[in-house]
Design a protein around this ligand. Structure first.
Ligand code: SAM
Length: 227
């Protein structure tokens, strides 16, 4: 039996790539990458010279078979995504399930992910939280927001910068203007920013900007939380 390594990569700051992650990637026969070109830069930077193949949301059903063939031939494989923890709003789950079902060892090399980094930075309760990832863009979005408004744990949502203002409007409508929240932008990068306030304050802050750029995590206090 072989080992399927699931390896976290930095969410912006290369200094967050762990020595164990580098060691692991140097030890395997193949590296499955969400985007071979994006990962190529990271691998080159750390002197990792291995055979790669693409494994992304649009081909993972097809590529799981390829991955299993390698594992079944007694060769170890590692999976990395463009940033952070594979499987967290990234490909990973299908591969982990398939490798488990075939009896291979799963070994996760933990590291950064944007959700927990933002959660801890938000100053909102992090003893219990609910990870939503990306909300559906259209179908079911409003219903989902209505359900999430009732959640009493801190909520973590991934959002693109060009949809942030729309999301803030929706949060105000479903969660109420006074619910506490935070926006974490460009975590671990040069222009890292954490804004914290009520939904209406955060909406005012971002509405006043000429443009909103970078990667964003939205954290919202659970229903009933007050300070
Ligand atoms: N697998 C990743 C993880 O472990 O967090 C998430 C991948 S998902 C495709 C990309 C989303 O994660 C972005 O749209 C943003 O919401 C969030 N994200 C990733 N890096 C970030 C960063 N440096 N700062 C803020 N948000 C980030």
């Amino acid at each position: 039996m072989s080992t399927f390594f699931i390896v976290a990569t930095p969410i912006g700051n290369l200094g967050d790539f762990s020595p164990r992650a580098v060691e692991t990637l140097k030890s395997v026969e193949y590296i499955a990458c969400e985007d071979t070109r994006t990962s190529g830069k990271l691998l080159k930077h750390f002197g990792i010279d291995k055979q790669t193949f693409s494994f992304h949301l649009h081909n993972e059903h097809k590529k799981v078979g390829h991955l299993l063939n390698i594992l079944n031939a007694n060769q170890d494989v590692a999976l990395i995504s463009d940033a952070g923890m594979p499987g967290i709003s990234d490909p990973g789950f299908l591969a982990a399930r398939a490798a488990q079902q075939e009896g291979h060892t799963i070994c996760v090399i933990p590291g950064p992910d944007a959700a927990t980094t933002a959660l801890v930075a938000s100053g909102l309760p992090c003893d219990r939280y609910s990870f939503e990832g990306f909300l559906p863009h259209k179908k079911g979005r409003q219903k989902r927001l209505g359900q999430l408004a009732e959640e009493d744990r801190t909520l973590v949502i991934y959002e693109s910068p060009n949809r942030l203002l729309k999301l803030l409007d929706e949060l105000e409508k479903y969660f109420g203007a006074n619910r506490l929240m935070a926006v974490a932008r460009e975590l671990t990068k040069t222009f890292e920013e954490i804004q914290r306030g009520t939904i209406s304050e955060i909406k005012e802050e971002f509405s006043s900007r000429d443009s909103i750029k970078g990667e964003i995590v939205v954290v919202v206090a659970g229903k009933g939380y007050s300070e």
